[in-house]
Design a protein around this ligand. Structure first.
Ligand code: GH3
Ligand code: MG
Ligand code: MG
Ligand code: MG
Length: 307
């Protein structure tokens, strides 16, 4: 038997305490109507180098969340004026999935069903106040570990490993792809004679050209959905003016054609061909039409845009 606060028990938590470092990027919103409770929990969190901000009830917490997109953990009390903790969790989970936000419920109430209420509403975990400090840290760490894993999983499932653009799965899942009503522009961009780049310089240099192109695409279209569709083919889905879209595509095509890359002391020039469409149509139709335009761009001699 080890008494709760014996030195050996404290020692056992040291590796866990060490886990969160000064550069841990988590920002915590602490929601409680009791100033004393907030002060105490804040001091525990700050000892873990967590950046803490506070809200005094559920409604207030929703307002803070609206304004601050960096919050990755909400720790919330149950009984509060205006909106209680369970209702807050339900509201938050409508908007933030498990890879965006972790939530821990706290309550001083002895209502037995409260744990289940919090968990069913979407909380990751729950603790009854007053809680054991060590247990709080254990639950805090496991919750943040799960958040990190969820984020990593999301990243692995939706991003292209080589170029760090979105992948096809993300593209087709995105609301912008699914919303058939809204007018959209779509471009399919394909590197010209890419096989020759691989053949002359090697596959690893080809990979670096793909990374370079992805960077250019993301710079030219920071407000669009940029995905890698296949080997050396990228797709851009854009929700604003077709005129601006085409202007940017043109500027980008010219910049690529007129620059020379130096990769591991190899001088490389390349060009891209693009097929572009703008219409209120379903995504498969847009893709089919953009592909036809891309085919024309290739047969017209490459390094051009066909709409
Ligand atoms: P075109 O102008 O008609 O598009 O000719 P192309 O040579 O670019 O097209 P083709 O489809 O003949 O060849 C595409 C090449 O892209 C073949 C394939 O080996 C290469 N490729 C596909 N994925 C990757 C990749 O991830 N890295 C590298 N280095 N090459 C890749
Ligand atoms: Mg309370
Ligand atoms: Mg090609
Ligand atoms: Mg291709």
């Amino acid at each position: 038997y080890i008494p709760k606060d014996s030195p050996s028990c404290i020692a056992s938590i040291i590796p866990i305490l060490n886990r969160l470092s000064k550069n841990s990027s988590h920002k915590v919103l602490l929601v409680d109507d009791s100033i004393t409770a907030r002060k105490y929990t804040r001091s525990l969190l700050e000892r873990q180098y967590l950046n803490v901000i506070e809200a005094t009830n559920g409604e207030h917490a929703l307002e803070v969340m609206q304004k601050d997109s960096e919050i990755s953990l909400v720790i919330t009390d149950y009984a509060m004026p205006e909106r209680d903790g369970v209702s807050l969790v339900k509201e938050l989970r409508k908007k933030y999935s498990l890879n965006k936000l972790a939530i821990i419920g706290l309550s001083g109430s002895d209502e037995a069903s409260l744990t289940a209420k919090f968990l069913k509403a979407g909380a990751n975990d729950f603790l009854t106040k007053p809680f054991n400090q060590e247990e709080f840290y254990c639950r805090l760490h496991s919750t943040l570990n799960i958040l990190d894993s969820e984020r990593r999983l999301y990243h692995l499932a939706n991003q292209d490993y080589l170029t760090q653009t979105w992948n096809r799965r993300y593209f087709f899942d995105h609301p912008m792809s699914k919303n058939h009503q809204s007018p959209r522009c779509l471009a399919l961009i394909d590197i010209d004679n890419f096989k020759a780049i691989n053949d002359s310089f090697g596959h690893h240099i080809g990979d670096m050209v793909l990374i370079e192109l992805a960077t250019i695409l993301k710079n030219y279209f920071p407000d669009a959905l940029v995905s890698r569709f296949g080997g050396e083919e990228f797709c851009i889905l854009y929700g604003n003016s077709p005129h601006i879209f085409e202007q940017r595509l043109e500027a980008m095509t010219n910049e690529i054609a007129s620059s020379e890359l130096t990769i591991l002391s190899n001088k490389i020039k390349y060009t891209v061909s693009t097929g572009v469409v703008a219409a209120e149509s379903n995504i498969h139709d847009l893709l089919r039409r953009a592909d036809e335009c891309l085919y024309k761009a290739k047969s017209q001699g490459r390094n051009c845009i066909v709409k």
